[in-house]
Design a protein around this ligand. Structure first.
Ligand SMILES: NC(=O)c1ccc[n+]([C@@H]2O[C@H](COP(=O)([O-])OP(=O)(O)OC[C@H]3O[C@@H](n4cnc5c(N)ncnc54)[C@H](OP(=O)(O)O)[C@@H]3O)[C@@H](O)[C@H]2O)c1
Length: 319
């Protein structure tokens, strides 16, 4: 694949032209905390980022919460001296508490501290997109969103968005300042946003980047019962409902149908899962997580994979 081959999309009204698949940097935050992914080799992470950029991927999504700054620090290392650098999107609102635990604050002073930490770790002067990670505590949404509007106004960040907001919370933010982007979960096993959020966001011209398009690796084709049983103790997926019965059997059957479709297109189940999210006209980009360089090619290929009616019928077939 050549760098110019990836298709792009206008991210809402931001003016950013993003590749349809972006690099998700949660897993490269590593393990050792509640949201951790087990041990991760930073050199693998850096190689994966550089490989994705070499293929033409032009944005990275991270958060201060991922490894409590570790993901951002690794991205900073990977991007040192890279010109032109990709767009860097990060998030705040889950500052670190004692003993590597997550706290939740959308207070102005807390977000101002967080954004400074992110800039420093990422090594960027201006963050391209700053997002509220979760609408929690709910009563602080207005203070948090006003703070992001202020950061944009001051030029500390270029664009502002929200993640994990529902339509009602989105409207609350919109009453203060325009929400430029939305980052919800979306995959074949989590289609909740199709009912209300996607139509509302599309109508309002909000850019949409969806997360966990492969259900955090479950739909990649590489997840088996044996692998699930052997996941490291500090991989959060050990506690995930989707990887437990009765859902697991159903989800692995879905992977087999993705495999059939993948065979038709000479690609992988994971790429088909990602391409399925991109089929929705409201979705601008899918954020796919990578931990090693060899994982990147088969999934980035999803940016250019078009599924037909026959493929969709196979994927959605019920017993
Ligand atoms: N805003 C939020 O609250 C939120 C929440 C979740 C995620 N996100 C964002 O969305 C991004 C993506 O979500 P995600 O990381 O949960 O899930 P994902 O993209 O659905 O799955 C990523 C995982 O799939 C596996 N994988 C990737 N390529 C593969 C390949 N070619 N073959 C086999 N396995 C492969 C890797 O894990 P293994 O190799 O370990 O299986 C990888 O970490 C995150 O990195 C983050 O930026 C945001």
């Amino acid at each position: 694949m050549t760098p110019t081959a990836l298709t792009t999309s206008e991210l809402g009204a931001t003016g950013l032209k993003i590749t349809r698949v972006g690099f998700g940097a949660w897993a490269i935050g590593g393990g050792g905390y509640e949201g951790g992914w087990g041990p991760q080799d930073d050199e693998d992470s850096i190689a994966a980022i550089r490989h994705a950029l070499a293929l033409g991927v032009n944005w990275i999504d991270t958060a201060a919460h991922y490894g409590f700054g570790h993901s951002e620090r690794v991205i900073g290392r990977a991007l040192a001296g890279v010109e032109p650098r990709p767009y860097v999107f990060t998030k705040g609102g889950l500052p670190e508490g004692p003993g590597r635990t997550k706290t939740r604050s959308l207070r102005r002073d807390s977000l101002l501290r967080e954004v400074e930490g992110s800039r420093e770790r990422l090594g960027v002067e201006t963050i391209d997109l700053y997002q509220i990670h979760w609408p929690v505590p709910e009563e602080e949404i207005e203070e948090g969103w006003s703070t992001l509007a202020e950061l944009k106004e001051r030029g500390v960040v270029r664009h502002i968005g929200v993640s994990n907001f529902n339509a009602r919370q989105l409207r609350r933010a919109q009453a203060i300042a325009p929400v430029e982007t939305l980052q919800p979960p979306y995959s074949l096993i989590d289609r909740r946003i199709e009912v209300e959020l996607l139509p509302v966001a599309e109508r309002e011209g909000i850019g949409i980047i969806v997360y966990s398009p492969m259900a955090s690796g479950l739909l990649s084709g590489a997840m088996t019962r044996e692998r699930i049983a052997a996941l490291p103790a500090d991989d959060w997926r050990r506690r995930a409902e989707e990887l437990r019965e009765p859902q697991l059997t159903r989800n692995l059957e879905l992977v087999e149908r993705l495999r059939q479709v993948a065979a038709r297109h000479d690609t992988t189940p994971g790429a088909v899962a990602v391409a399925w999210t991109l089929r929705n006209p409201a979705v601008n980009g899918a954020i796919a997580g990578f931990r090693r360089p060899e994982q990147v090619d088969p999934i980035v290929a999803a940016a250019n994979l078009t599924l037909d009616k026959h493929d969709i019928a196979t994927i959605l077939r019920r017993k």
